[in-house]
Design a protein around this ligand. Structure first.
Ligand code: ZN
Length: 427
């Protein structure tokens, strides 16, 4: 990159912070910070955002999937769209930063470009994606799936307890479910999402900007052991068919395997047994059945396949050792990793270097809207450090200057990208 690069645009850190704290006030009062998608509180947040978009001079619209979009038209017709954004919905008792920091940063970037008279050749779109967090209809990333053609009719008919279908809820949120199937975007040339890291790496290494290499694929794997329920006092140890002990050994070996895989230098790998059930779960009965579910996350498809082989071997060995039957492993759900765009990551690193900010590549262990957008356009994510890596909790915290640093990097990247078409080549 050219030396002597001067930042052309710096966001207004104080305004970014004040907006973020202002929207945080829009919460269920008894449950801060809660703004669940498809609730009146969420709609209030969106009404607030819409006002901010209008005040910034953006044209405001909603797409078929219910995403709220603030646009600044580009000067070159047909040049395509540079998109940035994240989500304003929260988990119950969430924080003030997860998601909404990326929306407010995007607002501030668009606002400062407009104020500075930086007319872009490309359209700029600031997006609040609908319903990124899991919701009562049982689907996450509703808006980003819808924008990219990954919201099937089957998902639109997911029904919440009480009867409303997801499609009806999207309509209520301002979308048009009948049009979703034909509305996948093809004009997006680059996508940027700022997000708090939601983990401890950047803070512990004292690094200001995290550049995301990939968003992990997540595989949920179920294993069931079937033994025999027998009296715990009268059944000799060598005659037992104890499903519980097969489960216990499996959990420990999965943990050891995951540690091994994490240390192989093939990218982010974690696995957790978060669900266990033993039946009949009684004090004086040898467990008859035992079931566990593994949540495994990796940015490397081969590693994930290899892990499944190991899990199969571990479970079969445990079943044999304890004289029980093993059903599974059964894959309950599976998503492939989403790879962030190399060129955009290099561009972001150059911009951070020139702004005097330290960077590090890292994978995202959590899902994000960028994972879906990466299927239709080059996508990049900027992580900023958060206090003790805490997220999905009211304790979630990021420093004002950390957020502004992330926003400045994206703002500079947009200006350079807009001016230099070669960044788009081989996107
Ligand atoms: Zn998020």
């Amino acid at each position: 990159m050219a030396t002597g690069f001067q930042p052309k645009t710096l966001v207004n850190s104080e305004r970014l912070w004040n907006d973020l704290m202002a929207i945080a006030e829009i919460t269920l009062p008894e449950q801060p910070y809660t703004r669940r998608a498809f609730t009146p509180t969420f709609d209030q947040g969106r009404a607030w955002l819409k006002e901010k978009f209008l005040a910034a001079g953006f044209a405001v619209s909603q797409d078929a999937a219910g995403n709220l979009i603030g646009s600044i038209p580009g000067t070159t017709p047909g040049a395509g769209t540079i998109m940035l954004g994240s989500h304003s919905d929260t988990v119950p008792n969430g924080g003030r930063f997860d998601g909404v920091a990326g929306v407010i940063a995007a607002l501030e970037i668009g606002r400062v470009l407009k104020e500075g008279g930086h007319e872009l050749k490309h359209n700029l779109e600031v997006v609040d994606f609908l319903g990124e967090e899991p919701n009562v209809y049982g689907l996450s990333c509703v808006g980003s799936r819808g924008m990219t053609g990954y919201l099937s009719d089957e998902s639109l008919s997911f029904t919440k307890p009480g009867g409303e279908k997801l499609g009806e809820a999207i309509k209520r949120a301002g979308g048009d479910p009948a049009r979703i199937a034909n509305s996948a975007r093809s004009d997006v040339k680059a996508f940027f999402e700022l997000h708090i890291e939601q983990g401890p790496i950047l803070e512990s290494e004292n690094i200001q900007i995290g550049l995301v290499t990939a968003i992990v694929g997540i595989r949920r794997i179920e294993i069931t052991f079937d033994g025999e329920a027998d009296h715990s006092g009268t059944t000799p140890m060598h005659l037992r068919k104890d499903a519980g002990v097969a489960l216990a050994e499996t959990i420990v070996l999965i943990r050891k395997t995951a540690e091994d895989f994490a240390g192989r230098g093939k990218g982010h790998f974690v696995a957790t047994v978060g669900v266990v059930e033993v039946s009949p779960n009684a004090i004086n009965v040898v467990p008859q059945t035992a079931r566990l579910i593994i949540d495994a996350r990796s940015e490397n498809v081969e590693l994930m396949e290899h892990f499944l082989e190991e899990v199969t071997r571990i479970a079969a060995t445990a079943a044999e050792t304890y004289n029980v039957e093993c059903a599974g492993p059964k894959i309950l759900s599976d998503s492939v990793p989403s790879i962030c765009n190399d060129k955009l990551r290099t561009l972001l690193r150059d911009c951070a270097d020139n702004l005097g900010l330290s960077t590090r590549d890292l994978a995202s262990g959590a899902g994000h809207d960028a994972a879906f957008i990466s299927r239709i356009a080059p996508a990049a994510m900027v992580f900023v450090p958060c206090l003790r890596g805490k997220s999905h909790s009211p304790e979630e915290w990021a420093e004002p200057n950390a957020l502004a640093a992330g926003a400045n990097v994206i703002a500079e990247a947009i200006i350079r990208l807009d001016a230099n078409e070669s960044y788009f080549a081989n996107g």
